[in-house]
Design a protein around this ligand. Structure first.
Ligand code: SAM
Length: 256
């Protein structure tokens, strides 16, 4: 926890302190709406929900887990492609889960903190475990407890697919055909974002760069490691996405 001592000697929280579980539990419908859009960005970027190298048949009754699933946008898409699959979504907070009454009985959602013990009924039962965009919860590069839990959930020979953004690489660029365009406010925001990530949020991307090695050290075979740049035509969508996150933040010296 980041703290500093006040004049009276009391320990007070750092202004930039970030606690992922508090943050995520406070998110409202706007965050869910943003993540529906972000799902589309992911799909547009990758071209798939489940990597084609994952050798599972659309006809088989496979079991899939989606960790940190939020509103289940990925799950609903995957269920259309794999209608015989049973899919369990897990998230720290149930706040954004769609109501069960609207869903296929093959889809269910469960509140679970991925840093805690895997519930017995989910040990060793999944053909595929998917996780996406969990980096804000991986502090001080401590990914191992999460990975060990994901591996526990897999059947022998099962697959993990981890899709992650490297937010440390976020930049404010101007289009190449209009170099005179100003990006002063956006650049200031990006600097604030990086500073708060590093100074108070204890977020750093090293765990992501070494994820394939960490998986190998746990006996996994790495089938694909792919790094994709943000597509030019998605700059507007990413910009809207980030501004939605930062909207209303107390960002020094920047007026949105
Ligand atoms: C950026 S959102 C990504 C949501 C979804 N995976 C997607 O890509 O659309 C991060 C999600 O991680 C969840 N989360 C954060 N910490 C978690 C934890 N310790 N255990 C489970 N879920 C967590 C949040 O509640 C939030 O839904």
């Amino acid at each position: 926890m980041a703290t500093s001592n006040g004049a009276n000697g009391e320990s007070k929280p750092d202004a930039l302190e970030f606690r992922p579980s508090k943050f995520w539990k406070e998110q409202d419908f706007q965050s869910s709406a943003r993540l529906h859009m972000q799902h589309w960005i992911w799909l547009y970027t990758l071209g798939y929900n489940l990597d084609p190298k994952i050798d599972v048949s659309k006809d088989d009754p496979i079991r899939i887990a989606d960790i940190a699933c939020c509103n289940g946008a990925w799950i609903l898409d995957v269920h259309q492609e794999y209608p015989n699959a049973t899919i369990n979504g897990f998230d720290l907070t149930p706040a954004h889960f769609p109501a069960a009454g609207w869903l296929s009985p093959d889809i269910s959602f469960h509140a679970w903190d991925v840093f805690t013990e895997v519930p017995d009924q989910y040990v060793g039962v999944f053909d595929v475990v998917h996780v996406r965009a969990l980096s804000s919860a991986i502090l001080d590069n401590k990914v191992e407890p999460v990975l060990d839990n994901l591996l526990k959930m897999l059947k022998p020979g099962g697959y993990i697919q981890w899709d992650e953004g490297d937010s440390s690489a976020t930049r404010a660029d101007v289009p190449s055909n209009n170099p005179k365009l100003q990006s002063v406010a956006t650049t200031a925001l990006v600097h604030f974002f990086h500073r708060s990530q590093q100074a108070a949020a204890h977020m750093s991307p090293e765990w992501l760069y070494t994820l394939p090695k960490t998986l190998q050290s746990r006996g996994c075979e790495v089938l694909i490691e792919q790094w994709l740049p943000a597509k030019g035509e998605l700059q507007r969508a990413w910009c809207d996405n980030f501004l939605t996150v930062w909207h209303g933040e107390d960002v020094e010296g920047v007026v949105l």
